[in-house]
Design a protein. Structure first.
Length: 120
């Protein structure tokens, strides 16, 4: 049985400048997974750096409010919002609230540095 708690996962700053904790990754957890799962945080007033992935991604907003930018579209997001991000699109998210924006990120197939292009 595999169980991991958030506080057991090391914090790091991703290429897009959000703070991540990787919960599940097949290369690191030794599990037979196709996807990776991370917990992300963006500080109030901050926007992640525009970037794209060769793979698809899903965000699930846990806390806070923001604006999601995908290519030339933008929409407000709130807790319980699910955002599908297709492969190869330019994306970033802005925290428009007064508290930390917290969300889960699922990347399928699993995130790899070579699949990400940071634009700014």
């Amino acid at each position: 049985m595999f169980i991991r708690r958030l506080k057991e996962c090391k914090k790091f700053t991703a290429g897009d400048q959000c703070v991540l904790r990787e919960l599940l990754h097949p290369a690191k957890a030794g599990l037979s997974l196709r996807y990776s799962l991370a917990y992300a945080q963006v500080k109030p007033g901050k926007t992640t750096v525009r970037h794209s992935l060769k793979t698809s991604e899903v965000y699930y907003i846990l806390e806070g409010a923001g604006i999601m930018y995908i290519d030339n579209e933008q929409k407000k997001v709130f807790p319980d919002s699910v955002i599908y991000i297709p492969p190869e699109v330019v994306q970033c998210i802005k925290n428009t609230g007064k508290k930390m924006l917290k969300f889960l990120c699922i990347v399928d197939p699993a995130w790899r540095a070579v699949d990400e292009t940071v634009l700014d």
